[in-house]
Ligand binder design. Structure first.
Ligand code: C2E
Ligand code: CA
Ligand code: CA
Ligand code: CA
Length: 275
């Protein structure tokens, strides 16, 4: 094939075809995945500072693909959002998290990530209500994690949805804080119960004074607004010390537990955090 612009040989067409074919295949597999029960939820512990008490577990979806092995959510969630398949998958995640958490021996809350597309679904509030009723999970034990991108499309509708969910007793967390663009305005206008500071800030705090300054400001903002700030992606004891010193209320990260089918043990978490 010749490129239309330069007249030079161009192999992009067939490569493009491959990419499109692969995408189509993956979308077809994704549609089958709900029927074949190929998704599973892993749980990552969240713990309060400075006590080290467990404050909850975040549900993170995994896809066991029949031939590709484990496909990470960063690959298939965006695909499902584009292909229009996210809502049924998201409903499964929500219900599965509620049913599993209802059986936990402890009474910790479960945090579920909510796709912006699902937040825009007018049936969401009913979906959440029946997930709670059917599973028997009390609303106080469910929290939903949302990124700013969920809110910027139709702010008024999003606000209505969040208020209806909060009225049921569900907590709402602002996820990936600091990497979007309208953060401060969003904090002012939306009833968030928790802020999750994006892991990119924590990753830099040992080398980068700016990252520490931002961490400190966000923790201070949380104190002023009376919204607890959780630092994501804490991997090292040194990062834990800085995050604790700068006033974050909670942490999550590989240091205290990786996402797993088995829930992290309270004693181990507490011991790791008292390092
Ligand atoms: P997220 O909500 O910000 O989730 C945190 C991600 O950081 C998870 O990746 C988690 O495994 C990873 N992580 C946790 N601690 C550490 C750490 O100490 N170091 C490093 N390097 N990474 C850490 P995961 O599970 O691959 O999920 C990636 C993203 O996919 C999530 O980001 C979320 O946006 C999306 N996602 C995951 N599960 C779901 C889901 O059930 N529904 C929806 N809508 N999105 C999901
Ligand atoms: Ca999250
Ligand atoms: Ca996050
Ligand atoms: Ca993220």
């Amino acid at each position: 094939a010749k490129s239309a612009h330069s007249g030079e040989p161009c192999f992009y067409d067939s490569q493009m075809d491959d990419a499109i074919r692969e995408r189509r295949e993956l979308i077809a597999d994704l549609r089958a995945a709900l029927d074949t029960e190929s998704f599973e939820l892993h749980y990552q512990v969240q713990a309060a500072l400075p006590s080290g008490e467990i404050s909850g577990y975040e549900a993170l979806v995994r896809w066991r693909h029949p031939t590709r092995g484990m496909v990470p959510p960063s690959e298939f969630i965006p695909l499902a959002e584009k292909s229009g398949d996210i809502v049924p998958i998201s409903i499964w995640i929500l219900r599965q998290a509620c049913f599993e958490a209802a059986l936990w021996p402890n009474r910790h809350p479960v945090a579920v990530n909510l796709s912006p597309i699902h937040l825009a679904d007018p049936r969401l509030v009913d979906t959440v209500r029946s997930a709670l009723e059917d599973s028997g999970l009390p609303p106080e034990r469910l929290s939903l994690e949302l990124t700013e991108s969920a809110i910027i499309h139709d702010r008024r509708f999003a606000l209505g949805q969040l208020k209806a969910l909060k009225a049921m007793g569900i907590a709402i967390a602002l996820d990936d804080f600091g990497v979007g663009y309208s953060s401060l305005d969003v904090l002012r206008s939306f009833p968030f119960d928790r802020i999750k500071l994006d892991s990119s800030f924590v990753a830099e705090i040992e080398r980068d004074d700016q990252a520490v300054a931002i961490l400190r400001s966000v923790a201070g903002l949380g104190l002023t607004l009376n919204i607890p700030v959780l630092a994501e992606g804490v991997e090292q004891p040194a990062q834990l010390s800085i995050v604790a010193r700068e006033g974050c209320s909670a942490i999550q990260g590989y240091l205290i537990g990786k996402p797993s089918r088995t829930l992290a043990e309270p004693d181990r978490v507490r011991r790791t955090m008292s390092l």
